[in-house]
Design a protein. Structure first.
Ligand code: NAD
Ligand code: TDX
Length: 340
């Protein structure tokens, strides 16, 4: 029997991962350790309320006592414990405003979690990282697992630092960890500060859509369910100590994404506004995912042409979720449940 501590399970990808497990691994026990920063939203997880195999622990991964409370909950549920580590400060623009919270959570938090996980003799530790640690590509080429780390933003530098701490734990202590590096995700429950949900929200309200620089920066988009299935494959079948790139060969210029969102919503392109570029803006990301395809048999199931409309439809049918995030009402439960 498996018991999983999922960090950051109230965020975008973490909550999608928990939903995947609820359906595909119903016998597993789940502990969600999440600090509920601005990006954490328990309204992503209403389906778990009252579930006997699920515990929520509000806590900070950088505080050992909080991490120990999550391990105590896992021990109480019984079974062999593994950790899937999503919790992070995740938004590049915020890291440009202030890098410190990124070092605190992504670097310090990861080390605290590694130390506690090692002390508890866990079975496996999956560290969820990003393609941004490789830096920026020119017009051609792909990131492989051998591409040297060359992060360019405080966000990606802090993620690269956390990857290196995981590497050190593997090398020094024989710690049973694996690292995943995925390209840009989109799908349900993504916080509307990231490109796709921000454009859906703004277009829906008839607000201007800010496109940074010339709009020709390229990202490699993957539907969040495909990412979650890849993480599950790595958790269950990945080789200890290895790193796996995850991506779906799905490159688009930002302006193409924005135009597509507008056309799906039947809104005019006159809403597009070219604005000042993001400082240090990486030009292009593109993932070579042949290793995970070859070794673990994982492949993306969703095509962009199918999953972008699905995503837009999700935001349309969850208008209340989006509105409560945008007007701050989603924080009300914090006051109700935790007094703030
Ligand atoms: P997110 O910002 O939506 O969610 C982060 C979650 O972590 C939130 O629930 C937040 O409350 C929690 N958290 C933050 N600081 C914490 C702390 N100190 N202790 C405990 N919990 C804390 O992020 P996301 O987009 O779901 O990304 C999840 C992971 O996947 C991150 O590690 C990110 O680097 C990585 N990743 C994201 C993408 C993407 O496109 N979103 C792509 C590749 C990799
Ligand atoms: O308003 C905007 N206008 C715009 O042109 C925003 C928010 C973004 N952009 C551009 C910047 C990027 O080129 O769109 C692209 C995507 O931006 P983000 O959604 O902020 O994502 P990105 O910076 O690529 O990082 C994301 O992918 C990798 C996630 O936020 C990271 O957590 C993940 O590691």
């Amino acid at each position: 029997m498996k018991t999983l501590i999922v960090t950051g399970g109230a965020g975008f990808i973490g909550s999608n991962f928990l939903h995947l497990l609820r359906v595909s691994r119903p016998e597993w026990k789940l502990v969600n350790l999440d600090a509920l920063t601005y990006a954490g939203n328990l309204e992503n997880l209403v389906a778990f309320e009252g579930a006997a195999n699920y515990r929520f622990v509000r806590g900070d991964i950088a505080v050992r006592e909080d991490v120990e409370r999550a391990f105590a909950a896992a021990v109480e549920l019984g079974g062999t414990v593994s950790v899937v580590h999503f919790a992070a400060e995740s938004h590049v623009d915020r890291s440009i405003q202030s890098g410190l919270p990124f070092v605190q959570t992504n670097v310090l938090g990861t080390q605290v979690l590694l130390d506690a996980s090692r002390a508890h003799g866990i079975e496996r530790f999956v560290h969820v990282s990003t393609d941004e640690v490789y830096g920026s590509l020119g017009d051609s080429g792909y990131f492989t697992e051998e591409t040297p780390l060359a992060p360019n933003s405080p966000y990606s530098a802090s993620k690269a630092a956390s990857d290196l701490l995981v590497r050190a734990a593997i090398h020094t202590h024989g710690f049973p960890a694996l690292v995943t590096r995925c390209s840009n995700n989109y799908g349900p429950y993504q916080f509307p500060e990231k490109l796709i949900p921000l454009m859906i929200a703004k277009a829906g309200d008839g607000e201007p859509l800010p496109v940074y620089g010339d709009g020709k920066n390229v990202r490699d988009w993957l539907y969040v369910v495909d990412h979650c299935e890849a993480i599950l494959a790595v958790l269950e079948r990945g080789k200890l100590g290895e790193t796996y790139n995850i991506g779906g060969h799905n490159e688009y210029e930002n302006i193409a994404i924005v135009r597509r969102v507008l056309s799906e919503l039947g809104k005019p392109e006159s809403l597009i506004r070219y604005v000042k570029d993001r400082p240090g803006h990486d030009r292009r990301y593109a993932i070579d995912a042949s290793k995970i395809e070859r070794e673990l048999g994982w492949r993306p199931r969703f095509r962009f042409e199918q999953a972008l409309p699905l995503t837009i439809e999700w935001y349309r049918t969850h208008a209340a979720w989006l509105q409560r995030v945008r007007n701050g009402a989603y924080r009300e439960y914090l006051v109700r449940q935790y007094g703030g």
